[in-house]
Design a binder for this molecule. Structure first.
Ligand code: PYC
Length: 317
C-alpha cells in the first residue's frame, strides 16, 4: 500500500466540449522540483493509488483525465501540469490544457489573457479570447511513418501513419466502422485490434515508445461546418469525447507532410460528439510543425475529496 493521500484533496472539474478534466489544485502528492518529465515519472512510479483515487470510480470514471497542478520548471512558465488517466500519465493533453486554463480563470489565478504552461513534453502557450475560447500552441509535432500496414483478424489489412502530437498516434483514414456515436462499441473494439496489431508487428515510435493512441477519421456529418470527424481511443480504453487536441496536432503534421494543408489554413475537426476544435499550424524546420488548437471548456464542479482509511475503495475500484 502506498502512502495515503492527504486527508483532503481539492479539485475543479470541467469539460472541454464533452471531455472531462479534473484539476487537482491542492492536496496532491509531493513530487519535488526538477523537469516535469522527471516528476511525471515519479508520479507514475510512486503514486498509482492517488491517480486511481482521483480518476476512477467511486469519485470518477474511466473517461476522466486528471491534471495535477505543480510548480513549473521552465523559467518562462506560469504553471506546471502533469496529465494522467485511468492507465498512467499522458505526455500532453490539449483538451486538458483548455480545461486547466478555464480552471485557472475560475480560481482567479490567470493573470491577463495568456499563460505559459510547463508539461512533461515541453512548454506550451495558452491564450484566452473574450468569449472564453482557449487557443493552445502545442509542442513541435511531426510524422514519423507514412503508410504503415497491419493485419487485423476481423478486418484484413489496414493502413495508417504514425505521428507525434504531444502523445503518439496511429492515424487511420476512411477504414473501419463508420464514425458515428451509435458505433462507439465497434469503434472501440476496432481501435483496440489496431493497437494490438501494431504491438504484434513491432511498430513503435522511433524511441521505442508504444503507439498508445489510435485515431480514426471519416467524413464530417456537415461539410459546411467541419472538414472531418474523428474517433480517438486513449490508452486505458476510454474514447475521447472531444476531437483530441494532441491527435489533431498529429493530424495536422500528416496533412502538412502530404501538402494537403498550408501553414495558417484552418482545419475544423469534429469529434465523435460532433463538436469542433479548430486548428492551424506554423511550419518549423524540416517536416516539423507548431500547431495551435482552439476550443472551449466549461466548469462543472468544485469538490473536496475525503479519504477514509476504513474505506475498501478509498483508492478507487
Ligand atoms: O485533447 O490532447 C487531448 C487529449 C489527449 C487525451 C485525451 N485528450
Amino acid at each position: 500500500m502506498q502512502e495515503a493521500p492527504s486527508t483532503s484533496v481539492k479539485v475543479i472539474d470541467s469539460h472541454t466540449i464533452g471531455e472531462p478534466t479534473r484539476v487537482i489544485f491542492s492536496g496532491g502528492p509531493e513530487l519535488g522540483t526538477g523537469p516535469l518529465s522527471d516528476r511525471a515519472a515519479k508520479f507514475s512510479a510512486e503514486h498509482e493509488d492517488f491517480r486511481r483515487a482521483v480518476c476512477l470510480e467511486p469519485r470518477g470514471h474511466d473517461g476522466v483525465v486528471g491534471a495535477l497542478l505543480v510548480e513549473p520548471h521552465a523559467a518562462d512558465c506560469d504553471a506546471g501540469i502533469i496529465f494522467f488517466n485511468n492507465r498512467d500519465t499522458l505526455g500532453m493533453c490539449i483538451h486538458g490544457t483548455i480545461g486547466l486554463v478555464a480552471t485557472l480563470r475560475y480560481l482567479g489565478r490567470l493573470n491577463g489573457s495568456s499563460c505559459r504552461i510547463d508539461t512533461p513534453v515541453g512548454p506550451v502557450t495558452a491564450e484566452v479570447d473574450p468569449q472564453g475560447r482557449v487557443s493552445v500552441t502545442n509542442v513541435p509535432c511531426f510524422r514519423t511513418h507514412h503508410g504503415v500496414s497491419v493485419e487485423l483478424t476481423d478486418h484484413g489489412t489496414i493502413t495508417g501513419d504514425v505521428a507525434w502530437g504531444g502523445n503518439w498516434f496511429f492515424l487511420v483514414d476512411g477504414q473501419g466502422p463508420t464514425i458515428d456515436s451509435t458505433n462507439i462499441h465497434e469503434l472501440t473494439h476496432f481501435c483496440e485490434s489496431v493497437r494490438e496489431a501494431l504491438i504484434e508487428a513491432g511498430v513503435t515510435a522511433f524511441d521505442g515508445h508504444e503507439i498508445d493512441h489510435i485515431e480514426l477519421f471519416g467524413p464530417p456529418t456537415d461539410s459546411n461546418t467541419a472538414d472531418s470527424r474523428n474517433f480517438v481511443l486513449c490508452p486505458g480504453g476510454a474514447y475521447d469525447r472531444s476531437p483530441c487536441g494532441t491527435g489533431l496536432s498529429a493530424k495536422l503534421a500528416c496533412l502538412a507532410a502530404d501538402g494537403k494543408l498550408q501553414p495558417g489554413q484552418i482545419w475544423r475537426q469534429a469529434s465523435i460528439l460532433n463538436q469542433n476544435f479548430e486548428a492551424s499550424y506554423r511550419q518549423l524546420e524540416g517536416e516539423k510543425i507548431l500547431p495551435t488548437v482552439t476550443g472551449k471548456a466549461w466548469i462543472t464542479g468544485e469538490a473536496t475529496f475525503l479519504f477514509d482509511p476504513e474505506d475498501p475503495f478509498q483508492f478507487g475500484v
